[in-house]
Write a protein that binds this ligand. Structure first.
Ligand SMILES: Nc1ncnc2c1ncn2[C@@H]1O[C@H](COP(=O)(O)OP(=O)(O)O)[C@@H](O)[C@H]1O
Ligand SMILES: [Mg+2]
Length: 321
């Protein structure tokens, strides 16, 4: 397998009894920040647990940081900080001992683990609350404690399963900024499962999109967006004639009042738009390339795969399509 990939899998599958949760995934994840996206039940958490060696793949193979996921789970976990999706904290333990314990579980010497626990809690903004029982914490503080546990051994890769789930906007802001700083300052990588596209767009440069256990898309967000580049045109007068002219010339138009978004099909797109405006007698007030959001990109990918999804609310609703 290729040396310079963070994660690589070949035909990786995982079934729970008859239910196929991951179906022959061929993934190549580079070093850096990657968002793992997909509707509920897509297989995100299963994928993370499989590459951590916490659950066994049914078939196929994979490597994380050059280690085999089937046989080197312990080596993988010693280099990864994992923030699980669900609350894995002991409510009756204070934060400092909770974080220290997670270091001891990784084989750290208790004194080293304790001093690292102080640093980690300080880093995630819980320096003052470190002697409080975790059970009394807000969701944001619990998430921050989980992050401190994940950082205790200064890992090369952080795997965070829905890190901002259930957080209010200030806690979410803090979590995302802390993750960003952790990645940038330590040259660490992150693999972050999330159903919040804005979070992924902010923190990550790559995505892996899963849908019902299948790989729907993977790559750099920037490259993936290029498949759906659009030109935005603001017009005045004869908008319907203009729209019809463009459509009958075979161009894809999405219209909202006097603003049209037209699929960019190479450099001749601009000339074609100007000619259509001439023919229909409309006046072009503004024309510029439109930067697609990650959500736009998803809708296009899902449409191409033949799923009827109209918005990210649909995309992340339980049990769709
Ligand atoms: N321990 C389990 N036993 C049986 N089925 C499971 C188990 N964990 C997950 N599943 C099923 O596998 C699929 C993928 O689940 P999961 O990996 O949790 O998805 P996601 O994290 O994307 O929401 C779902 O259909 C889920 O119901
Ligand atoms: Mg999950």
């Amino acid at each position: 397998m290729v040396e310079d990939l963070l994660i690589e899998t070949k035909a990786l599958s995982k079934s729970y009894g008859p239910h196929v949760a991951l179906d022959a995934l061929d993934l190549s994840v580079p070093y850096g920040a990657t968002g793992l996206l997909g509707p509920n039940g897509a297989g995100k958490s299963t994928f993370l647990k499989t590459i951590l060696g916490l659950i066994q793949a049914t078939s196929g193979e994979g490597e994380v940081l050059g280690h085999d996921i089937r046989t080197e789970g312990e080596a993988i976990r010693s280099r990864i900080g994992y923030m699980p999706e669900y609350d894995a904290l002991n409510p009756n333990m204070d934060a400092i001992h909770q974080v220290r314990y997670s270091g001891e579980l990784l084989g750290m010497n208790p004194t080293v683990a304790l001093s690292r626990a102080h640093q980690s809690l300080e880093y995630v903004g819980l320096g003052e609350q470190r002697y409080r029982e975790v059970g009394s914490f807000s969701t944001g503080m619990k998430q921050a404690t989980k992050l401190a546990c994940a950082l205790i051994h200064d890992p090369d890769l952080i795997i965070a399963d829905e890190p901002s789930n259930g957080l209010d906007s200030s806690a979410r802001e803090f979590m995302l900024t802390t993750l960003e700083t952790t990645i940038r300052s330590g040259q660490r990588s992150v693999l972050m499962a999330s159903h919040l596209m804005e979070d992924v767009e902010r923190v990550c440069e790559n995505i892996v999109l899963l849908h019902k256990g299948h790989l729907a898309a993977q790559g750099r967000i920037e490259d993936l967006k290029a498949i759906d580049k659009e030109v935005e045109v603001h017009v005045w007068g004869h908008a319907t004639e203009f729209e019809n002219d463009l459509s009958s010339s075979g161009m894809r138009v999405r219209r909202e009042g006097r603003v049209m978004r037209i699929r960019h099909d190479g450099e001749e797109t601009y000339d074609a738009i100007l000619s259509a405006a001439n023919r229909s007698g409309t006046q072009i007030r503004r024309m510029h390339d439109h930067e697609a959001s990650l959500e736009d990109l998803f809708l296009v990918i899902m449409e191409r795969l033949g799923y009827e999804i109209k918005g990210s609310d649909d995309l992340f609703a339980e049990g769709i399509v």
